[in-house]
Design a protein around this ligand. Structure first.
Ligand code: ADP
Ligand code: MG
Length: 399
């Protein structure tokens, strides 16, 4: 039995016309001799009646914040509807579809509501259905705790569901269908010249996804990589061959940069030694922030100052912690962190110089940089981020 997991995102299942395209992808896989397991997201995006954000707006913030378990139950509803509607569509086209919740598909999670992690998958029932010629249509983004509570897996969690199930049933590949042709060299909504990447390594996609390219969830990439299952990113609405993600990526790729992405809502924090003379806590700041689960990026330590970035959602927490130990600091808000990614840049001199030059030529202020073996980050003002992405895309000839 050759199993393929096919995950369809919110826009892919949002209208009848699109669901008909989904049906053709599922039937296409069956005709090729595969047994498909379908995973669906809730129908549509914010504002549409059954989208998760719309459902969330039905209850009060206070209630949601203090009843995470209730919030998760509500957030599961969009996928319930989607899996039944999609099963109906498949049934009308002669496919023996069976809608299943994440729990019924066997996904057992911890009880961290709204950001649960899977602990195990009891795939017996799922496999039994597939062996009997059925096509399970599993609600993405959710699982169930050992004591039977519904949980959700965090934003983009349907990708994770597909990867978890693919790994559990030892799928031959996992296909993620979305509203773009595959992974592009940059977000095509911002960089019009962005081009399709044919083949890319798990590590590069993980880096792109982790740094803001929301086309696929980093956790899904990580799971597929650990089980060495090829991931394919494809467009529900086209016949484009999409992007293949595997271990080696494209080793013969002629360009040193694979793609560019960005994260908004970053804050740059600067803490100078001079302003904190005599405060013994100055040396312990990074440890203290880590203990308080504030994750830091772009950490640069100099003899006279410490500089790093945090997510804007952590601003109040950071202020409370630093104020409590009387540390003086400055914050620069509305920053964006650009990540230039490519495994082939290792050992090639001048990449950072090219980036800085391109940004300078466009009068874009560079607030900070950092690099690792496959990524160069630079922090810019959010007002400049679109221009910066387009300038970098051009200088590295990614079109
Ligand atoms: P789905 O609902 O199918 O899961 P998402 O909205 O999560 O879809 O992901 C698809 C979107 O990801 C695209 O519409 C695109 O704007 C965005 N995106 C961001 N970066 C990239 C990139 N490098 N390549 C392709 N798409 C990207
Ligand atoms: Mg998504």
């Amino acid at each position: 039995m050759k199993i393929v997991v096919q995950k369809f995102g919110g826009t892919s299942v949002s209208t009848k016309e699109r669901r008909e395209r989904v049906v053709s992808k599922v039937i296409g896989a069956i005709k090729e001799g595969y047994s498909p397991i379908v995973v669906v997201s809730a129908m549509g995006r914010k504002g549409e009646p059954y989208a998760t954000d719309t459902l969330l707006s039905l209850v009060d913030c206070n209630f949601k914040d203090s009843n995470k378990q209730a919030q998760d139950l509500l957030m599961c509803c969009g996928e319930f509807i989607s899996s039944v509607v999609m099963s109906n569509e498949l049934f009308n086209n002669g496919v023996n579809a069976v809608p299943l919740t994440g729990g019924q598909a066997g996904i057992i999670t911890d009880d961290v509501f709204s950001d649960a992690k899977h602990k195990e998958v009891n795939s017996k029932e799922l496999i039994r259905l597939v062996e009997n010629g059925k096509v399970p249509v599993v609600t993405g983004f959710q699982g169930i705790t050992e004591s039977g509570y519904f949980t959700t897996l965090g934003r983009g969690g349907s990708d994770t569901s597909a990867a978890i199930l693919g790994a559990a049933v030892n799928a031959e590949r996992i296909e993620i269908y979305t509203d773009v042709d595959g992974i592009m060299t940059a977000d095509p909504r911002i960089v019009k010249e962005a081009s399709l990447i044919d083949v890319i390594s798990y590590t590069e996609v993980f880096q792109l996804a982790d740094q803001g390219a929301k086309v696929v969830h980093p956790r899904a990439v990580d799971i597929a990589m650990k089980h060495n299952i090829p991931l394919l990113i494809k467009n529900t609405m086209s016949e484009c061959k999409g992007t293949l993600i595997n271990i080696n990526g494209d080793i013969n790729h002629p360009k040193i940069i694979t793609g560019i992405t960005y994260l908004n809502d970053r804050i740059q924090v600067k803490i100078s030694a001079n302003s904190n003379i005599g405060n013994p806590k100055y040396k312990d700041i990074l440890g203290l922030l880590a203990t308080n689960k504030i994750s830091l990026d772009l950490i640069n330590i100099f003899p006279d100052q410490q500089v790093f970035t945090i997510g804007a959602d952590k601003k109040e927490d950071l202020k409370n912690i630093l104020d409590a130990i009387q540390i003086k600091y400055t914050l620069k808000e509305e920053c964006s962190q650009i990540a230039v990614v490519g495994t082939r840049m290792t050992g090639i001199p001048g990449v950072i110089a090219n980036i800085i030059q391109a940004l300078n030529d466009n009068n874009i202020e560079v607030l900070q940089t950092a690099d690792s073996n496959m990524t160069i980050w630079c922090l810019v003002n959010t007002k400049d981020v679109h221009e910066a992405l387009n300038a970098l895309h051009k200088v590295f000839e990614l079109a």
